[in-house]
Ligand binder design. Structure first.
Ligand code: ARG
Length: 264
């Protein structure tokens, strides 16, 4: 498992585009670096391999590589960022993907889509979020480009503005914070998931998390070969094998482990 990261050289909170960001409460640079390095160690210990993209001084949120695009095999659908503050990241990520031999796909300019932040795979079933950053109109296009089946989930709580802030998916389990979703879209998605699991004769654990676990970014965890790297020290029994990494400085920008990583 190979993971793309972007070092926090220019990481900061210089604008506010989600409710966690407050320009009066900026991250401590050294602390952010040490948290990011701890996360790298945890990924390495769990057996993950790291790749890097060079950070850019104009883009403090570029550390959140989950928003570069959504990948399947050697295809990537690039993000069309909603906010101007992040739009300049697109050509930087595109250049990196092209250099690495990916086929890069661009959606029409007016259609917003924020990559793996709003797109999570359970095997080849794609869960796509909409409501804050990603437009629902992108879902069918993205799924067709990648040749997969998809389910749309409507996000309704601004604190959970990307799907990966309120849903965690690995091969073994799915957990979610229910109040972040419109009830109809959540129940449709869960029934599609259970159908898929039954049809393929799989066994997975599906569970809901509490509000306090959700606001500790428990869903923003990353599974690396059976170990879940999580920012939530109150994960309780949600994960059977967990490695907790303090991500306080990144949470000031509204992100944690999953947002800082893009599985290639
Ligand atoms: N400050 C960033 C933003 O608002 C955080 C992105 C978090 N990324 C994620 N995949 N949830 O865009």
């Amino acid at each position: 498992m190979t993971i793309l990261l972007c070092a926090p050289d220019f990481f900061d909170v210089r604008y506010e585009i989600n409710p966690w960001m407050d320009v009066e409460n900026t991250p401590q640079t050294l602390k952010a670096f040490s948290q990011w390095r701890n996360m790298i160690d945890a990924i390495g210990k769990a057996g993950g391999i790291i790749e890097h993209i060079r950070p850019h001084p104009d883009f403090p949120d570029m550390v959140f590589t989950a928003n570069a695009g959504l990948i399947k095999g050697k295809k990537v659908v690039l993000s069309n960022f909603k906010y101007e503050e992040r739009q300049g990241e697109q050509p930087l990520f595109e250049e990196w993907f092209l250099k690495k031999g990916y086929q890069s796909i661009l959606l029409p300019d007016e259609i917003h889509f924020e990559g793996a932040g709003d797109g999570l795979f359970f095997r080849d079933l794609l869960f796509l979020g909409h409501g804050f950053r990603t437009d629902k109109e992108s879902h069918k296009m993205v799924a067709e480009c990648l040749g997969v089946e998809y389910v749309s989930l409507e996000l309704i709580d601004p604190r959970f503005y990307h799907l990966d802030t309120c849903m965690f998916i690995s091969d073994e389990q799915v957990c979610f914070y229910a109040n972040a979703f419109s009830p109809e879209s959540l129940s449709a998605a869960l029934s599609k998931l259970t159908d898929y699991v039954c049809k393929e004769n799989l066994s997975i654990k599906i569970s809901a998390v509490s509000e306090s676990q959700a606001t500790n970014f428990i869903c923003n965890s990353l599974a690396v070969k059976g170990t879940v790297i999580t920012p939530a020290n109150n994960h309780g029994s949600v994960f059977s094998r967990a490695h907790v990494c303090d991500m306080s400085e990144f949470m000031k920008a509204g992100g944690a482990v999953k947002c800082l990583t893009l599985t290639l």
